[in-house]
Design a protein around this ligand. Sequence first.
Ligand SMILES: C[S@@+](CC[C@H](N)C(=O)[O-])C[C@H]1O[C@@H](n2cnc3c(N)ncnc32)[C@H](O)[C@@H]1O
Length: 184
Amino acid sequence: MYSFLEQLRATCEARKIPLISRETQAFLGDLLVIKQPKRVLEIWAAVGYSALCMANIVQAWEGSVSSFEIGYTAYLEALKNIKEAKQRNITLYPFDINEIVLEKFFSEKFDFVFIDAQKSQYGEYMEKIQQHLHPENTLLLDDIIKYQNKLDSLYWFIEKKQIDYQIFPMEEGDGVMLIENLVK
Ligand SMILES: C[S@@+](CC[C@H](N)C(=O)[O-])C[C@H]1O[C@@H](n2cnc3c(N)ncnc32)[C@H](O)[C@@H]1O
């Protein structure tokens, strides 16, 4: 899997397809190993790189990953990558999470959420997913420093709900936000 991911990263970088930084990948991997979540939600997949990274780790304790990608070409490419990697614990949906009724798709609650999406909508995603979280949950939000001027909806949500969070610098000029147990 390591060489498959390295090859996919190189292809994505050459084609300028957005994907998580190496630093975020390492942080995310460590966090998954510590938290050992069973049900991971990813908002969004692009061509499946971060979904594959997470699925490869959580398979050790029979965890699974559900991810969404609105771009149909990217969705098809992600499906192909997942198939080629023989990673069986990922379910990919070609939808905008804001446009669907999540209850129709999921009965189980998520205990880990990775958000790497449209920065201006981070607050909306949080509103949308909060009913679908396990009492013990971890949320990791990417690109929190680089796009801080686009995060009004996120900080509005955080303030409204009085949520504790931590920001960790990652690659130069960027970082991630960690939120633990969003709803109890
Ligand atoms: C930053 S990339 C995700 C990279 C991925 N997490 C990785 O590291 O491999 C963001 C992706 O979100 C998709 N996207 C943007 N808005 C979306 C929406 N409303 N619903 C679903 N996917 C969306 C874009 O098509 C793009 O492929």
